[in-house]
Design a binder for this molecule. Structure first.
Ligand code: NOJ
Length: 441
């Protein structure tokens, strides 16, 4: 069995995690956060990362060699507007022009994400996501980029995982800018992100001359059933969208209900006052697709209770559980709730990969992970859920935020001291799956 003929196979990355070249741009909140003692494992930073800005040709070459037809990457806002707004940095623009032209020349479709967490530091000084003006500045940036790329880019994600940049960035403080807000203060940041999304969708559509596909990349809790009964499935579906009080931010629902259904989930009604009523129309814009970043899920029983994981359950080096069933069930629940075509904008696993004596990187655990997840994805598609494509996270190893460089998630190994790239075994395996459009799974 194969995926649909027009199924898109790609890989993904983001600006701060890969580009390096700090001098060529304004500072972002991550530059400052990385200087905070103890914030990042081993005190590492994204200052040089994978030197992607200079080595993008090599990376595109790998994409091509692997037979991938789409590349998801993000634009560094402070590389274009070092102060968040104002005069654009021509060198920054020229970099993305070069990258996009090369991709198009190689027949690889650019999928551009406009916000993958590197907020210009200058805007954080004005309150960052606490400040409504950040939403307005983001819309200006989005419109500017869409106009600039209008003849070349047709796929945009506005925000990447607001669950994380709000929840971890302004709630738990594990991510930049490291704030620990609570209650309505935290939700106001979320409300500003919702507004930013809606305004950006409008700005992108207005600025584009060709037809564009606009969406956003969401993540959050998803559940799958212990038993395959109707009752247990219903319980897993309900549990997926239930808000956990102290972790409301790690739900798909606050974000997707708002932008697609135009309301907040019932459990969050108390926070409705944080969103001015006149904003709702802007927040809830028609979208073309939903991006879903999916890594793992939670098993629940017929009562909707979480099932305890077995002793020694399979997990990745980040200790995230390996739960391929989330692909089949979680995506089905999302489709039943939102009725949107979806891209898997991220999926993959972290390992402590290394170069073996033979000079190769044998990452069997990643192959096993992908095999299991893609089988479930294929089943999900065959059940009629409209999945348009799959982007492996990530193309190359990169800066895994507060976990630094220890955790490797790429198809391509990066030897950081030399920046040498080595295609892992999983890359070759993935290329075979892509070439057969999933038949070889
Ligand atoms: C989600 C984020 O979008 C990405 O930046 C991160 O590296 C991966 N998940 C893995 O944690």
């Amino acid at each position: 069995m194969e995926f649909s003929k027009d199924f898109v196979w790609g890989a993904a990355s983001s600006s701060y995690q890969t580009e390096g070249d700090r001098e060529g741009r304004g500072d972002s909140i991550w530059d400052e956060f990385c200087e905070r003692p103890g914030a990042i494992r081993n005190g590492e930073t994204g200052e040089f990362a994978c030197d992607g800005l200079r080595r993008y040709r090599e990376d595109v070459h790998h994409l091509k060699q692997l037979g991938l037809t789409a590349y998801r990457f993000s634009i560094s806002w402070p590389r274009i507007f070092p102060e968040g707004r104002g005069v654009p940095n021509q060198e920054g623009l020229a970099y993305y022009d070069r990258l996009i032209e090369l991709l198009l020349k190689e027949g690889i479709v650019p999928h551009v994400t406009l916000y993958h967490w590197d907020l210009p530091l200058a805007l954080e000084r004005e309150g960052g996501w606490r400040n409504r003006d950040t939403a307005l500045a983001f819309a200006d940036f989005a419109g500017f980029m869409a106009q600039h790329f209008s003849d070349r880019v047709q796929h945009y994600c506005t925000l990447n995982e607001p669950q994380c940049f709000i929840g971890l960035g302004y709630g738990t403080g594990e991510h930049a800018p490291g704030a620990t807000l609570k209650g309505s203060e935290l939700f106001t940041c979320a409300a500003n992100a919702l507004l930013a999304h809606g305004l950006a969708v409008q700005a992108i559509r207005e600025a584009s001359t060709k037809s564009v596909q606009v969406g956003a990349a969401s993540t959050g809790k998803l559940c799958y059933p212990l038993h395959n009964t109707v009752e247990n499935q219903a319980a897993a579906e309900a549990a997926s969208f239930q808000i956990d009080e102290n972790e409301w931010w790690f739900s798909h629902t606050w974000f997707l209900d708002a932008i697609l259904l135009g309301s907040l989930p019932p459990a969050m009604q108390a926070l409705t006052d944080c969103i001015p009523s006149e904003d709702w129309e802007t927040i809830c814009q028609p979208l073309d697709f939903l991006g879903i970043n999916v890594y793992n899920g939670i098993q629940v029983d017929e009562n909707g209770d979480y099932v305890e994981r077995i002793t020694g359950y399979p997990r990745t080096s980040l200790k995230w559980p390996v739960t391929p069933q989330v692909m089949r069930y979680g995506l089905r629940w999302l489709y039943q709730r939102y009725h949107m075509p979806m891209y898997i904008t991220e999926n993959g696993q972290a390992s402590n990969d290394r170069i073996y004596l033979d000079g190769k990187v044998h990452d069997l655990d990643r192959i096993d992970f992908l095999h299991r997840y893609l089988l479930e994805l294929r089943d999900c598609c065959s059940e009629g859920v409209p999945i348009k494509g799959y982007f492996h996270w990530s193309l190359t190893d990169n800066f895994e935020w507060n976990n630094g460089y220890d955790e490797r998630m790429g198809l391509i190994f990066v030897h950081y001291p030399t920046q040498r790239r080595i295609r892992k075994d999983s890359a070759e395996w993935y290329a075979g799956i892509v070439q057969s459009n999933g038949r070889l799974l």
